[in-house]
Design a protein around this ligand. Structure first.
Ligand code: PGA
Length: 240
């Protein structure tokens, strides 16, 4: 795993945006795997700036998002579809028909998993996957567990994740208890991955990942098996 330690959140965001912009320049119709949450917001802001300056062209880019709460309607302002529209898609020249997020209203969980995997396959796989990391080491909603799901599936959120994510909701009771998430195989199919981390509260998960050993009890550690991962973190996440 290559490691880039940025001074702070702003520099982490810039460095990650540079990698995404280069991917788009190298392959204008690339497939980006995208993530939501606080971590990539600054990166999306940099990409919007790049697009406005005529330096980043999203016109042929295709995207697949990592996850979506269940049950949630796309127009709900807590949905990840809403987040992506608001933080990126509405501000760049992407064709929304080329953007994919799991269907948070799908009632047939296995069917939705299969449908989403087919989308990824039909796109020719993911060129560059962006990942955040949970304080507990989750990636997407692949939560620490003895067994992990390989493909897109309906995941139960851990109590810790529900508590951490409650900062976006009026109360902890409003946080959905489940989410569709790409699985480890879906993520590992990406030709390259950037793992982003910012803040002291991510230090333990980052340090565990950098130890180099592998455990499903910290899913990010499995990224040590992938040949093309760059960790971009700030000093707080790196040093604690
Ligand atoms: P965050 O979430 O970017 O909001 O910290 C990351 C994650 O839980 O994967």
């Amino acid at each position: 795993m290559k490691v880039i330690v940025a001074k702070d959140y702003a520099e982490m965001s810039l460095r990650a945006a540079e990698i995404v912009a280069k991917q788009i320049a190298d392959k204008p119709d690339c497939v980006l795997g995208l993530a939501t949450g606080s971590t990539p917001e600054g990166m999306y802001a940099e990409l919007i700036k790049g697009c406005e300056a005529g330096k980043v062209d999203f016109s042929a880019v295709r995207t697949v998002n990592l996850d979506e709460y269940y049950p949630i309607k796309p127009e709900n302002d807590q949905s990840y579809r809403y987040f992506m529209n608001e933080k990126l898609f509405d501000h760049v020249n992407i064709d929304k028909a080329n953007t994919n997020v799991p269907n948070g209203m799908a009632t047939d969980a296995a069917g939705e998993g299969a449908r989403y995997e087919k989308i990824i396959e039909d796109l020719g796989g993911i060129d560059l996957q962006v990942l955040g990391i949970g304080q507990n080491g989750h990636i997407g909603f692949n939560e620490p567990a003895e067994e992990l799901d390989p493909i897109t599936h309906l995941a139960d959120l851990t109590e810790e994740t529900i508590r951490v994510n409650s900062r976006f909701f009026e109360s902890v009771d409003d946080v959905p208890k489940q989410a569709f998430s790409m699985g480890m195989k879906s993520i590992f199919g990406a030709r390259s991955i950037i793992l982003m981390a910012s803040g002291k509260n991510k230090h333990n998960a980052v340090a565990k990942t950098l130890e180099g050993k592998i455990t499903t009890l910290c899913p990010a550690t499995l990224l040590n098996l992938h040949p093309n991962v760059v960790l971009i973190c700030d000093e707080d996440a790196y040093n604690g």
